[in-house]
Structure formats: C-alpha cells, structure tokens
Design a protein around this ligand. Structure first.
Ligand SMILES: Nc1ncnc2c1ncn2[C@@H]1O[C@H](COP(=O)(O)OP(=O)(O)OP(=O)(O)O)[C@@H](O)[C@H]1O
Length: 757
C-alpha cells in the first residue's frame, strides 16, 4: 500500500497541535521522547526507547504490556523515583522532583507492584501513616478508613497487615494509595489476586472518581480486557507505545474481538517492521485487517522521518525512532482534555527553602518508627541489651590476669617424692625454696612437682604446663652466703641461689604474666627472708623506686586500657547496624519508595531515624556505662556526663555512617560487607587494642584520620586522667567526631540526591 509522503505525514501530525506549555499543563502526565536503559555502557539494556505518552486530566489510562516490558520503570520515572536517561516528563504541570511541582507528594497516590506495607501495623495504622503524610486529620482518615474497609472488602481494621492474605494485603496497599484522594492515582497492577466481583468494584470506583475530572488514574494490569473501562490505553512494547487510544476505538479500528487481539495485531505489525517482514510475520500479517490510513502509513515512515518532536504528541503516540505504529488523531472518539485552567507553578518563597522538614511528615515518620519499635519489643530488647551484654562480656573476659597456670617444679632441696615442700619461716630455714614456692602459689600459680628436670620440661613440651622452675639442691645455704658475703660471694653460691626457669613463651600474654609472677614472688620472698634475718629488706630490691603514680595505678590492666575504645566501638557499630538495617529493610520492602513518592524527603527520613534512634542510643549508652563503671568499676576519674556525651556523639557518628551504608548499598548483603569491612580496620587502626605509638609509621597517619581514633584517645584521657574539655586531647576527640558526622551526612545527602534511578 502506498503511503503518504513524509512531508504530508508530518504536516498531518502537526495539525491541531497545542503549544508545548499548554500540552504539559492540560494533561496530567506528559512523557516525551523518554529513553531509559539499565546495565552498563558497553552492554546497555534499553527499556524505554523514545516513548511518548499523554494522559489527559480526568481519565483512566490503562498501561498495558507484557511482563518485563518496562511498565513499572515508566511509572517509577513518572512518580520521580527513577530518572530518564533522556527525554522529558511532566506530571501535573511540573517536572517530578522539582520544587513546587508537588510531585512526589500528596497530589499523587501510588500503589507499587509489591505490597510495600509495614507487616506489624494494623490496617488502621497503615492508613493513618499515609493519611498523616498527606496532611489529613484523624477524623478524615477514620471516615475514609470506614469507607475503604467496606468498599475494598477488607477485614477488621485492627488486624495486622502481616496476618492478612496476599490479596487482602494488596487491597490494603490500594487503600493506602486512595486514602488521601490524590489528583493522580498510579496503580501498578492493583487487581492481581482480587476476585472478579471486587475487581469490577474497583474499576467502577475508578470510573466514579475520574468522572468530575479532578482525578486521573494510570493503571497497569495483566488482565488486558479489564481495561475496557479505561478512557485510554497505552500498549507498551519494545520500549515505546505501539498505540495510545481509547479501547473502543482500537477494537473498532482493528476490527478485533478484544483488546488482546488488538495487542496481538499491533505486536505482529511491530515485529514485521523489526524483522523486515520475515516470512512468518508476513504470513500472520496477511490475516490481520489493519485500519486503512492508520497503521501502515506510519509503519512506512523512515527512521529519520520519524524524528518528529514528541512535544506534538497530544492524544496520539508518535514514534520518534524506528518503525512505529501510530494512530492518527481522531476527535470523534478520543477523550478531550478537560478544560481546566493551566496549573501555575506556585512561586517558591524563601521560607520554603528553609523549611526542609514538614511537621506532618515528621509526625508520621516518628510515630511510625516508634510504633515499629513497640511492635517489635523482642527486637528492641535485643538491640538495647546488646551493648550491655557486650560490655559485660568485655569486662568479664578481657584484660584479666590468667589464673591457675600450671608450672612444673623440680625442687632439688627436698627429697621428692618422700618429703613435702612446706613453709618453714625463719632466717635459718633449710627449706627457703619452699618459702619462695609458697609466694608463687599465693599468686594463683598451680605447682606440679617432678623428680627430674627432663620430666618437668617434657610436661611443658606436652603443653601441660607453661614453665618449669628448677631450684638447686643447696638453695637456702647459697642464698644466705650470697647475702652475707656480698661482693666476695663465690660462683658456686651465685649459681646455687639462682632459680632456673624453662618457659613456654609462645603466648606473649601468659609468658609476660608468669615472668611478672616469678619476679614479684621472688621479691616478696626475699624481703620476708631479709626481715626474718634482721636485714634491711631494701638491700634485696632493684635500685629503682616508683613514687606515687601521676595517673593510673601500680598494676594497670588491659581492661582499663581497652575499655574506652571497646565501648565506643560497640556503640558506633550497633548504631551503624541499626540505622542501615532499618533503612534497608524499608527500602527492600518498597515501603521507603512508597513514602518518598508520597512526599517524604530523604532529609526528613534521616531526621526521623535520628530522633527515634537517639532514644535507643541513650538507653544503650546509659546501660553500657552503668555496667562498665557502676558494676565492673572500671577506672573512671573524669566527668561521667562528658563520658556519656562523647559516647552518644560517637553513636550519632555511627548512625550517620549507617545512613551512608544504607544509601550506598543495594541490599543487606552488601551493607553487611561494607559494615564488616570497615569494622575490623577501625578496630585495628584506631588504637583500640594496641597503642598507636606501636603502629607502622604510615598507618599512624591513616589512624589519625579514622573516626574512632581521636574519640578513643579523648575518652581514655577523660577516664584515666580525669581530663576535661580544656585539654586538647579531649576536645579534639569531640571535634573529630563532629567532623565525621558532617562528612557522613554530606555523603548520605549526596547519595540520596544522585543515586536515584
Ligand atoms: N534496577 C534495575 N536494573 C536492571 N534491570 C532492571 C532494573 N529494574 C528493572 N529492570 C529490568 O527492566 C525490565 C523492565 O522491568 P519493569 O519492572 O519495568 O517491567 P514491568 O513491565 O513492570 O514487568 P511486570 O509486568 O512483570 O511487573 C525487566 O526486564 C527488568 O528485569
């Protein structure tokens, strides 16, 4: 069939076109030359390919297409949750996301494909949440709830969503989109799992609410024939609309029995174009009666000729690329856009820019967060109790002196095994070795006696003891000679008064503790012996005297060294887990998207989490500090409020890091990797378990810029030295934490802003 010339065709399509601005304002939705792809640059996966779509105000628009053809993607772009790679979208007279457009916001009601509701909430609470977001009053919500429960045949409004069937949950989801009577309703497959009677009711309701022109509905469905009641349907295939027309006219034009037939015919025609009329397609095509002057004319348009600006696409779909089927405008059957005065974009006042948090949004979000906590008391008890548990475990397990260590003893001064080594005090004792071993035993060392050195060493080699102590046969006499003779003591007495130790030093901590025990026991034994002989005990001391310690104690333990870092790490990473977990949970269940479409902003979301999790963190901090300093009495010489303040500030820092994790990661798994991946380096590099002074020089620089380094140092100084904010080390910890909060906040906001779509 010979089609009209290119010029003729263009001219025809240019006829009766409205101005661009008018087009945008008179229609609820205007999509022009939309191009959207997923995947990478090298292997792009094109979803929308030059799509034009026009949804006049006051219409029901059925968006049809096979599974995976891009309907949800297109809807997401319309509601402003995804960005096109190219092209324009105008929704209710503004571009989605622009200030003053009201989109996303209460002008839209969005029912996503997935249920996207809080399972722990009741139907009433669900509608209250979405009603509050839209700025509704409780009374209005209750009225609407009664209507929707009846109309959508929902169960009792006080039943929790998680206890409803799949179909009932979808109806609650639909109710949540309808509750605030939005101007534009976007429903992604609302009738899935709904029985035919209710489906008919839903359609009747949609027809009803669009009657006066104030509401527009875009609906996707797999049941093509149910869209007979739609005013317009768009058939999406291959990245663009094969047709955009009223159902009755499509059926008439294509001389088809049903819309399914129309879709089939259009698909075959499209395939013919693509395959350059393969023999199979040709065969099918011959059986299809195509409306003269409608399809084939446009199907013959060359690629270049088809580049007609989408701005002229009112009421028709004009392919912008490739061979497209186009329906010519015909005023007889097409819905004429309502004569509604064009929406003026309201001028944005300066105060609007400053008002980044809306009261009703914050109220809904904070209420929702607390309600979620209330409904998940076991989870919350676990979250609040976890730092306490970890602190208890830390205080009970880390830094304490190992007790009951086995030491093999070969005491040649006694007749083993017949003689027992007993304490025999006095200057003339012939069993001084036993006195020394008694002091060792007093330091909780478990002595195992052996007859020969070989046997004792073998015990250590087997791992049954940590050291062998061998005492010479003439120990008592040699020791006395050593003291009495002083400088002139002979070699024999020097050797005879020396205790030999064969130690397993494979464990640094145990080895060091044992060496300290051997040394301190000998010191005590010697002083005791010197006193019994009326010698000055100082004679036997190492000539160094430790005066009163300026900070700390004579026997500092590792628990007190590690406690500040461990406390901050516990609070920091639990905040990371809690924040990123709750945001990702909301996001993966689609609830977050839904709230964002309803007008919640990223900033509001962050602030609401900040407020609710702050209360959780305060509990966590108070309990953890009480356990550490109240029950386990770790060193605390500073101001406890300063300690609590720094701990909570570090928790805030963790929350903001949690936001970054949630914003940057697609799912829980990658969030877990990111959190875990940062946990170990932070623990190792922030001077929590080992002094920074002992680190490799380059790593010291890295450590300096990490979030917990300065705060750990600061907390350590407050606790151990009692310093306050006048000390540079202390206030640097606070400043560094604040800087990290700012950094994480900026990254989160940027990620929220640019990661969309
Ligand atoms: N974020 C994404 N990254 C990569 N591919 C995606 C992404 N989202 C969707 N897709 C792909 O894009 C295509 C269109 O998806 P979309 O969800 O828009 O289809 P649909 O028409 O709504 O399908 P259905 O009717 O089954 O819901 C699908 O093949 C899907 O796998």
């Amino acid at each position: 069939m010979e089609g009209p010339s290119d010029l003729e065709l263009k001219r025809r399509q240019l006829k009766n076109q409205m101005s661009t601005v008018q087009t945008r304002k008179q229609n609820a939705v205007c999509v022009r030359r939309a191009f959207k792809k997923y995947g990478t640059k090298s292997s792009p996966y094109i979803i929308l390919d030059g799509l034009n779509m026009t949804v006049p105000k006051g219409t029901i628009y059925g968006l049809l297409g096979s599974s995976g053809c891009g309907k949800t993607t297109l809807l997401n772009c319309i509601v402003g949750r995804k960005r096109l790679n190219a092209g324009e979208i105008w929704v209710l007279g503004g571009t989605p996301g622009s200030r003053g457009s009201g989109v996303p916001g209460p002008r839209i009601g969005y029912m996503p494909q997935e249920v996207a509701l809080y399972g722990e909430f009741t139907i009433r609470e669900t509608l209250k949440y979405f009603g509050w977001i839209a700025g509704m009053k409780n009374k209005a919500i209750e009225e609407k709830l009664s209507f929707l429960v009846e109309f959508l045949m929902m169960p009792d409004a006080d039943r929790q969503v998680k206890n409803l069937s799949g179909g009932q949950q979808r109806r609650v989801s639909l109710a949540a989109a309808l509750v605030h009577e939005p101007e534009l309703l976007i429903l992604d497959e609302p009738t899935v799992g709904v029985d035919p009677l209710l489906r008919a009711n839903i359609w009747n309701h949609l027809v009803q609410i669009t009657k006066n022109g104030s509401t527009t509905v875009i609906i996707t469905t797999h049941y093509i024939d149910e869209t007979r009641q739609a005013h317009l349907i768009g058939l999406l295939r291959g990245g663009y609309l094969l047709a955009e027309e009223s159902p009755s006219r499509l059926i008439t034009q294509f001389n088809a029995q049903s819309l399914e037939d129309v879709f089939l015919k259009l698909s075959v025609i499209q395939n013919m174009g693509k395959r350059r009329r393969s023999s199979i397609a040709q065969g099918v095509a011959e059986t299809i009666t195509v409306p003269t002057g409608v399809v084939n004319e446009a199907a013959t348009i060359d690629d270049e000729v088809c580049e007609i600006s989408g701005e002229f696409g009112d009421n028709i779909s004009i392919a912008s690329r490739g061979r497209r089927v186009s329906i010519s405008p015909d005023t007889t059957d097409i819905i004429t856009p309502m004569e509604i005065p064009p929406d003026e974009e309201p001028p944005v006042k300066c105060s609007e820019y400053l008002k980044i948090l809306k009261t009703n949004h914050m109220k809904a979000l904070i209420w929702k967060n607390y309600l979620w906590m209330w409904r998940n008391i076991p989870v919350m008890a676990f979250i609040i109790g976890l730092p306490v548990l970890q602190t208890i475990l830390f205080c009970l397990t880390v830094g304490h002196k190992p007790l009951g260590l086995n030491v093999a003893v070969v005491n040649n001064e006694i007749d083993f095994p017949d003689e027992k080594c007993e304490l025999t005090p006095g200057c003339n004792s012939t069993r001084l070795s036993c006195n020394y071993l008694h002091f060792l035993q007093n330091r909780s060392i478990n002595l195992l006696y052996y007859g020969t050195t070989e046997e004792a060493i073998h015990t250590v080699e087997k791992g049954a003891a940590w050291a062998t102590v061998e005492i010479p046969a003439n120990f008592s006499e040699s020791l006395r000679n050593r003291i009495i003779r002083g400088r002139s003591v002979d070699e024999w007495d020097l050797d005879g008064s020396t205790v030999l130790v064969y130690q397993d030093k494979s464990n640094e901590n145990i080895g060091t503790f044992l060496q300290r025990d051997f040394y301190y026991s000998l010191q005590s034994f010697f002083e005791d012996f010197a006193i019994s002989c009326n010698y000055d005990p100082k004679v036997g001391r190492v000539p160094i005297r430790y005066e009163k310690f300026i900070y700390g104690e004579d026997s500092p333990d590792f628990t007190n060294f590690a406690a500040p870092g461990v406390l901050l790490t516990i609070i920091f990473f639990l905040a990371v887990a809690l924040t990123s977990g709750s945001i990702l949970l909301e996001r993966n269940e689609g609830i977050l998207e839904r709230s964002l479409v309803n007008g919640i902003t990223g900033t509001e979301l962050l602030c609401s989490h900040l407020i609710t999790q702050f209360t959780v963190m305060v509990f966590q901090t108070i309990l953890a500090l009480f356990v550490a300093f109240g029950i386990f009495e770790l060193d605390q010489n500073g101001n406890i409020f300063l300690v609590a303040f720094l701990t909570i500030l570090t928790g805030f820092c963790g929350m903001f890091f949690g936001f970054v994790v949630a914003c940057c990661c697609e799912n829980e798994r990658s969030a877990t990797y990111m959190a875990m991946g940062s946990f170990l380096p932070i623990v190792m590099l922030c001077g929590i378990i080992w002094p920074i002074e002992g680190m490799y020089p380059i790593l010291k620089i890295v450590s300096f810029v990490l979030p917990l380094t300065k705060s750990t140092e600061s907390l350590r100084c407050i606790l151990a030295k009692g310093w306050d904010l006048t000390s540079a080390t202390v206030y640097e910890g606070f400043i560094a934490t604040l800087i990290w909060i700012m950094i994480f906040l900026t990254i989160s906001i940027l990620a929220l802003k640019f990661k969309k779509g």
